[in-house]
Ligand binder design. Structure first.
Ligand code: SAM
Length: 315
């Protein structure tokens, strides 16, 4: 059977499945509220270090390098009495957030279909490449495809070729948890309660409207600690040294405007120099540092707090 036929078959199965009246059953007492994607540079392991620097009384929360949104979701576990402005330059990621927010049941239906097909097929690798080649036009299917690929690809990476096509190989995971229905529902609720604005835009544009008292968390692609690291290849253009320098100017400008600004990045000489004027904290994180999963030893991360007087925060 040709690839096109297989894809057409899949699309029609998804459509048929969608017509069935499936109700999203949610255990609302569930404590889940964690990223629905596995993201390179995800801040799950740094939540306890970063959260104390997010003010508890918040009006507007900006996270312009959203990724998996580990810190946003951790803040939502405290309360959701603020407005969220969430953005990233990855259009597939932002589309997925929009669908999680407004159509979680449809998304779960589409994901359930992919998961059922994946579990039942003897050749999971072929199925992965079939879905990778699929180009759905509907935003629900696009979101489901994106989440499915994120959970079954190599290391949860997101990488595209010069034509913008996702090109990460199959991940060979034993039993990937493609999604958690309760978590999708919990994230959806958090996005709705915070009236989240979700935009595919550059961080500079995302923060131009920030005003005094607003909180901004920057988690840019890491400044690589070695020339060979390809950890920053999130987008076709990457995030280079010049971008790190420009970000530090945007950071300084927001602090001058009275915003409360928090940033995390790798603890390299350049990053230390760029944020020399601010309160900083060193953290040693035990997790993979680059996209190929090597270097799984201690990684030094720097937290910069723009809204505190310059003090030496205890490490
Ligand atoms: C380190 S990741 C963020 C990880 C996130 N904090 C988490 O917990 O998963 C950096 C993100 O910045 C995005 N990005 C890269 N360049 C950008 C730019 N110029 N403006 C906005 N987002 C950008 C990437 O798509 C990626 O999702």
């Amino acid at each position: 059977m040709s690839e096109v036929v297989l894809i057409e078959e899949l699309v029609s199965t998804v459509q048929v499945e969608q017509r069935k009246d499936v109700t999203l059953s949610v255990d609302s007492s569930s404590p889940r509220l964690t990223p629905f994607v596995k993201w390179a540079g995800g801040k799950g392991s740094l939540v306890r270090h970063l959260l104390p620097f997010v003010p508890s009384a918040l009006a507007n929360y900006y996270e312009p390098f959203l990724g998996g949104g580990a810190i946003f979701l951790a803040v939502c576990r405290r309360d959701t009495k603020f407005k969220a402005f969430l953005s990233d330059t990855n259009p597939e990621l932002i589309n997925a957030y929009k669908i999680v927010k407004s159509l979680p049941s449809d998304l779960v239906r589409s994901l359930s279909n992919l998961r059922r097909r994946y579990k039942s097929t003897p050749n999971k690798e072929d199925f992965y490449y079939e879905i990778r080649a699929w180009e759905p036009t509907g935003s629900i299917e696009r979101a489901a495809r994106f989440i499915f690929l994120n959970k079954t690809c190599y290391n949860g990476l997101y990488r595209v070729n010069p034509k913008g096509e996702f090109n990460v190989p199959f991940g060979h995971h034993m039993n990937p948890k493609i999604f958690d229905e309760n978590n999708v529902a919990a994230v959806s609720k958090a996005l709705r309660e915070t009236h989240a604005t979700l935009r595919t835009i550059d961080y500079r544009k995302a923060t131009t409207a920030c005003q005094k008292g607003d909180f901004v968390y920057f988690d840019p692609p890491y400044h690589p600690s070695s020339e060979t690291s390809s950890f920053t290849d999130y987008t076709p253009k990457g995030f280079r040294e010049e971008d790190q320098k420009e970000l530090s100017k945007v950071f300084a400008n927001l602090v001058r405007r009275g915003c409360r600004v928090l940033l995390s990045n790798s603890n390299t000489r350049l990053v230390r120099e760029l944020y020399d004027d601010y309160s900083r904290k060193n953290i040693l994180v035990n997790r993979p540092i680059n996209c190929v999963g090597t270097g799984r030893k201690g990684f030094r991360e720097l937290i910069v707090v723009g809204h505190l007087n310059q003090t030496s925060l205890t490490d």
